[in-house]
Design a protein around this ligand. Structure first.
Ligand SMILES: NC(=O)c1ccc[n+]([C@@H]2O[C@H](COP(=O)([O-])OP(=O)(O)OC[C@H]3O[C@@H](n4cnc5c(N)ncnc54)[C@H](OP(=O)(O)O)[C@@H]3O)[C@@H](O)[C@H]2O)c1
Length: 336
């Protein structure tokens, strides 16, 4: 089989390799991977910034979808021809996270989905919603599950809530779609007016350009009649948290998801306690959370926003495209 391997950190260290075809041992499932999607995490992994101690070579990418082509002895849940997606954390079936449950993610430390074939344990896979293409399904395991976990499972958002999503990347556009599904009003921020117009077409209710309005929390408060936003999907991290704390309402929630604008900064903790705020860290989600989301996606025929799908051979260019920040939604790679 062919697989992309990180042999050394850096884009130049990404190499298309020939590896022996894996076989499904007892209790295992062999999957022909048809598509993978890229997450910012995967880009950090390629550069050696996610875990500089990661053992190499590593097949990158946590997210992929395909078809079962063989099952090992004792497998009861899957058969040849089933359409499946890999679960981000292999071994986190349900319940709250523990160190052990979150220690085995695809695409680092375990080999990931930028490969033609991959082997999984029975519980390491879940079923692809029937209305989705493989590329669309490949967008779900990390970005979508994280957005769903933040807003629905942990955030418990409800109709009438006001949700603010930062930027128009993978996590944020899923958050926009799930918040609309729940009946919330959604404010989208972006560095680009053109992307904001595309967010409007996805039913965003209000738009803020965070480049031309650096003090975007002020605009967000105005848009909520001075009350503040119920729930913020924080993907900027250290560089945006101060604004989020100003934009959120008394008793509101900030889901801490990403670090696109930095990992460390000075933080005034007074508003957190005086305004009874909840800062909720989110680390993707369990298989159970993934499946709850997939049920909602299937019932509502929700379609992920795929910005562009690159051929397998052009995976490095796909990473460059993600790194450029010009994308809107998800960047995918298709194996054929
Ligand atoms: N905790 C978890 O479990 C988890 C899971 C998935 C992702 N993440 C993290 O979440 C973050 C987003 O991931 P992703 O895969 O959605 O990334 P992505 O698709 O690459 O999204 C990038 C977009 O984020 C927006 N952005 C960048 N800097 C921003 C800023 N200062 N303020 C507001 N928006 C900003 C930009 O949108 P515009 O171009 O519209 O400005 C950019 O295009 C990353 O840090 C990633 O590591 C964490």
């Amino acid at each position: 089989m062919r697989a992309w391997e990180i042999r050394q950190f850096g884009l130049d260290g990404l190499a298309l390799s020939d590896r022996p075809d894996p076989v499904a041992g007892p209790g295992q499932i062999l999957v022909r991977v048809r598509a993978a999607s890229l997450n910012y995490r995967d880009w950090l992994m390629v550069q050696g910034k996610y875990n500089p101690r990661q053992k190499l070579p590593l097949i990158p990418c946590s997210d992929g979808a395909g078809e079962v082509i063989a099952v090992g002895s004792g497998v009861t849940k899957w058969k040849t021809g089933d359409r499946v997606m890999g679960c981000f954390s292999q071994g986190w079936i349900g319940g709250p996270p523990t160190r052990d449950k979150i220690s085995r993610a695809l695409g680092g430390p375990l080999d990931g989905m930028l490969t033609e074939l991959a082997v999984f344990p029975e519980d390491g896979l879940t079923r692809t919603p029937a209305h989705l293409t493989d590329a669309e399904a490949a967008t779900l395991p990390c970005a979508a599950t994280t957005a769903w976990n933040a807003l629905v499972e942990q955030g418990q958002i409800k109709a009438g809530d006001i949700v603010l999503v930062q930027g128009t990347g993978g996590v944020s556009l899923f958050a926009l779609q799930f918040a609309k599904l729940a009946g919330a009003r959604v404010i989208v921020t972006s560095s680009s007016d053109a992307k904001l117009e595309r967010a409007r077409a996805l039913a965003a209710d209000a738009l803020i350009n965070y480049k031309s309005e650096a003090d975007w929390s002020k605009k967000a408060r105005e848009l909520t009649g001075g009350i503040g936003v119920d729930h913020i999907v924080e993907v900027g991290g250290a560089g945006t948290l101060a604004q989020s704390l100003k934009a959120v309402r008394v008793g509101g929630t900030v889901s801490i998801i990403g670090v696109l604008a930095g990992t460390a900064s000075e933080l005034n903790v007074i508003p957190i306690l005086m305004q009874n705020l909840r800062l909720q860290g989110v680390i993707v989600g369990s298989k159970e959370v993934f499946e709850n989301m997939n049920r909602a996606i299937a019932q509502n025929l929700l379609k992920p926003v795929v910005d562009r799908t690159f051929p397998f051979e052009e995976a490095p260019t796909a990473f460059e495209h993600l790194a450029s920040g010009t994308h809107f939604g998800k960047v995918c790679v298709a194996m054929q």
